[in-house]
Write a protein that binds this ligand. Structure first.
Ligand SMILES: NC(=O)c1ccc[n+]([C@@H]2O[C@H](COP(=O)([O-])OP(=O)(O)OC[C@H]3O[C@@H](n4cnc5c(N)ncnc54)[C@H](O)[C@@H]3O)[C@@H](O)[C@H]2O)c1
Length: 326
């Protein structure tokens, strides 16, 4: 049994990981300010309502609990907002991560799992990114995450006891198969969530940003990963680190791409609703295609995802959204 600190465990992805880890014998302590997370999403463990920037409180917790590992989800995640308010992102994602890592080092929490993102790649040449592809984040959001990765990389080189796994998530979607947790995030920009909202009449229409890209149907292509498979990747990463694994940076995706139009058609067919769709101008900084090379995580963590099925992803997201009264 291990004692795990989970920052941001009341949020979308963190709640799926808590939902998975409740079946382990680990003790879970969730630290979250509930700014975008929800109390109801914490299905197991002990929730401590706190700000990452409240260093007195955070140090009090970390110094007293002797954690074996930290999984760090807490952060700000809306890409367009990071463009209009970059300092909020450098503060919450980079500065707060630095402070957290510092406390982990000080109190020898030497296993660290970090929520990174495919946004660190930016515009790659062919749209298929391996962990070794060049890193050119376009948005401040992507830059704040890459800076955090660099801090971890340099720290792990300098401190032999400290190991981390940075997981670069591609497009996260869906809700847990058991129906316990799903996406509640306010102001979400996630396509599948927005399309489900449009199908349920929670929004008037869905916008597709650009339909004249050089792809099969003119819309952008992304790699969608189901939240329960992503949660499993965290469970595997935790086992790996607790068993003495060394530091890794790993893509989390299926290695398959779907166009925006294909996703919209899937939501229409799953929901049975032909909701209005408008073609809006391209958004600056949207890569045409962003798909993972997904072999390394399978090799290193023995990750075997079970829900690589766009229709299933959409169905779980739609069912969740239908019951969600947020
Ligand atoms: N959702 C995605 O598609 C996606 C893709 C790539 C990476 N990520 C990363 O995964 C992580 C989790 O994302 P999510 O989709 O679950 O987002 P989310 O907004 O649902 O969850 C973030 C959680 O962190 C908490 N939080 C934020 N700032 C905090 C602070 N200063 N102190 C304490 N708690 C704080 C929020 O209340 C929330 O519960 C983020 O770091 C995000 O950058 C998400």
């Amino acid at each position: 049994m291990a004692k795990i600190l989970i920052t941001g465990g009341a949020g979308y992805i963190g709640s799926h990981v808590v939902n998975l880890l409740k079946n382990s014998n680990h003790e879970l302590i969730i630290y979250d300010n509930l700014s975008t997370g929800r109390l109801e999403s914490v299905v197991s463990g002990k929730l401590i309502h706190g700000e990452l920037e409240d260093l007195e409180k955070l140090e009090g917790l970390i110094s007293s609990e002797q954690f074996d590992a930290c999984i760090h989800f807490a952060g700000s995640i809306i890409v367009p907002e990071s463009v209009s308010d970059p300092l909020k992102y450098y503060y919450n994602n980079t500065k707060n991560t630095l402070d957290l890592i510092n406390l982990c080092v000080k109190f020898r929490v030497n296993n660290f799992i970090f929520s990174s993102t495919a946004a660190v790649y930016g515009m790659s040449e062919d749209g298929v990114c391996s962990e070794d592809s060049s890193l050119n984040p376009i948005s401040p959001y992507g830059k704040t995450k890459l800076m955090s990765e660099w801090m971890l990389e340099d720290l792990a080189k300098a401190n032999q006891d400290f190991n981390y796994v940075a997981l670069r998530y591609f497009n996260v979607a869906g809700a847990s198969l058991d129906g316990k947790v799903g996406q509640c995030s306010p102001h979400s920009t996630h396509l599948i969530k927005l399309a489900c909202e449009a199908a349920l009449g929670k929004r008037e229409k869905l916008s597709i940003f650009g339909d004249n890209y050089e792809t099969k149907d003119g819309t952008c292509i992304r790699d969608y990963i189901h939240t329960d498979d992503l949660a499993l990747a965290h469970g595997n990463a935790l086992d790996y680190l607790l068993n003495g694994g060394d530091s890794q940076v790993l893509n989390c995706g299926y290695g398959e791409g779907y166009s925006v139009k294909e996703v919209v058609e899937t939501v229409k067919s799953v929901s049975g609703v032909n909701f209005p769709v408008e073609i809006a101008p391209r958004r600056s900084g949207d890569p045409v295609m962003l798909v993972s090379k997904a072999e390394k995580i399978r090799e290193v963590l023995n990750w075997s995802p079970k829900y690589n099925d766009l229709e299933l992803i959409v169905r779980t997201a739609f069912e969740w959204e239908r019951n969600f009264k947020g």
